[in-house]
Ligand binder design. Structure first.
Ligand SMILES: Cc1cc2nc3c(=O)[nH]c(=O)nc-3n(C[C@H](O)[C@H](O)[C@H](O)COP(=O)(O)OP(=O)(O)OC[C@H]3O[C@@H](n4cnc5c(N)ncnc54)[C@H](O)[C@@H]3O)c2cc1C
Length: 320
């Protein structure tokens, strides 16, 4: 394995909004920074990004391209590959990469995002991010007033009422086994949500355009878009040797890595930014989180640098 002798101040695994924002703050603070990125941000399936002031409707990948271009003048290096594992050592961290090299850095920011695990329904994944959606704030406007079908999940009784704010034509495909409380049924009735006793077995339509659904009772329904609740999962295999633990998020929507208020983990020198720690963060929030983490890591490095400078001065004076 080829070894790079250089020890960066900071390595960042993940070049989404969180990782690139951390990199920009650190690059501008004159830190040597390397970003390792596999290039698969979770919103890549979506054609457009919303709720990012001044970038409304921009393609999610274009945002990252612009972000990467901005990093060049600050000397931030980007390596397009996957981080495989990370060891803690005297340098700080050494990360082995998918391109058969490794990099070392004094501090590490993990900004690897999360994975959306969709229900296993034929045809569903092809439409994910466009007319199969989970977040009304991201894409509710784009499906306003359309015929929306809510696929049953533990969050269905949260999603079905909520989406009536965007369309009055909401159908909940709850299936025969789910029992709704009298108040829940009353709320759905009051909001005009149709409740169907079958589950969706197939999504019909060509990629990019849902036409309808096939149901467990053998019938078909015309639907324009589907609301789904993926299970959020995090993959921390690139730091497996550091023993980082994942846990269920309090909201019940999946897993994340818990951090303290400052974004630091139990592993000294390892910080987390974006969806890997906070699954609820939208792009601008993940970016803000990355920026905050960049500043904290820089402060931590400064302390170490200042302590070294004082120790060196004392040594020099002692020799004289
Ligand atoms: C379909 C969809 C649409 C969305 N639309 C919107 C929207 O319109 N507006 C909005 O604000 N939010 C939207 N979101 C949420 C948005 O995707 C997240 O807020 C955002 O992506 C979080 O940024 P992040 O940097 O934490 O993670 P990500 O953007 O997921 O970036 C993580 C990066 O780390 C890389 N990575 C992971 N593991 C490794 C590894 N081992 N080695 C190297 N690199 C690695 C990934 O390849 C990826 O490039 C949407 C989400 C989905 C699923």
């Amino acid at each position: 394995m080829e070894t790079q002798a250089k020890i960066y101040d900071v390595a960042i695994i993940g070049g989404g909004a969180a990782g690139l924002s951390a990199a920009q703050a650190l690059g501008r603070a004159r830190r040597s920074v390397v970003v390792i990125d596999a290039g698969e941000p979770r919103n890549a399936p979506a054609a457009a990004m919303h709720n990012f002031l001044s970038r409304d409707g921009m393609n999610p990948l274009e945002l990252l391209e612009v972000g990467r271009a901005e990093l060049v003048k600050y000397g931030v290096e980007v390596i397009n590959t996957r981080a495989l594992d990370t060891l803690r050592n005297e340098a700080g961290f050494t990360i082995s990469l998918g391109n058969a090299t490794e990099v070392s850095a004094r501090r590490l920011i993990l900004a690897t995002g999360l994975k959306d695990q969709l229900p296993d329904i034929p045809g569903l994944a092809e439409h994910w991010g466009n007319d199969v959606l989970h977040c009304p704030y991201c894409h509710g406007w784009e499906v306003k007033d359309l015929r929306l079908g809510v696929i049953d999940s533990a969050m269905a009784m949260h999603q079905a009422p909520m989406f009536t704010q965007w369309s009055k034509r909401v159908t909940l495909f709850k299936g025969p086994n789910k029992v709704l409380a009298a108040e829940e049924l009353e709320q759905l009735e009051a909001l005009g949500v149709e409740v169907v006793e079958s589950v969706v077995t197939t999504v019909l339509g060509e990629a990019g355009s849902v036409r309808g659904v096939e149901l467990s009772d053998g019938t078909q329904r015309e639907i324009d878009a589907l609301v789904v609740m993926p299970n959020f999962d995090v993959d921390v295999s690139c730091v497996k040797s550091l023993g980082l633990v994942t846990q269920e998020h309090v909201s019940g929507i999946g897993r994340h890595v818990p951090v303290d208020d400052g974004g630091q983990t139990e592993v000294p020198g390892l910080w987390l930014a974006g969806n890997v720690a906070n699954p609820m963060a939208q792009v601008i929030m993940a970016a803000a989180d990355g920026l905050g983490m960049g500043l904290r890591v820089n402060a931590d490095l400064m302390k170490e640098d200042f302590d070294h400078a004082v120790a060196e001065l004392r040594m020099k004076k002692a020799v004289v």
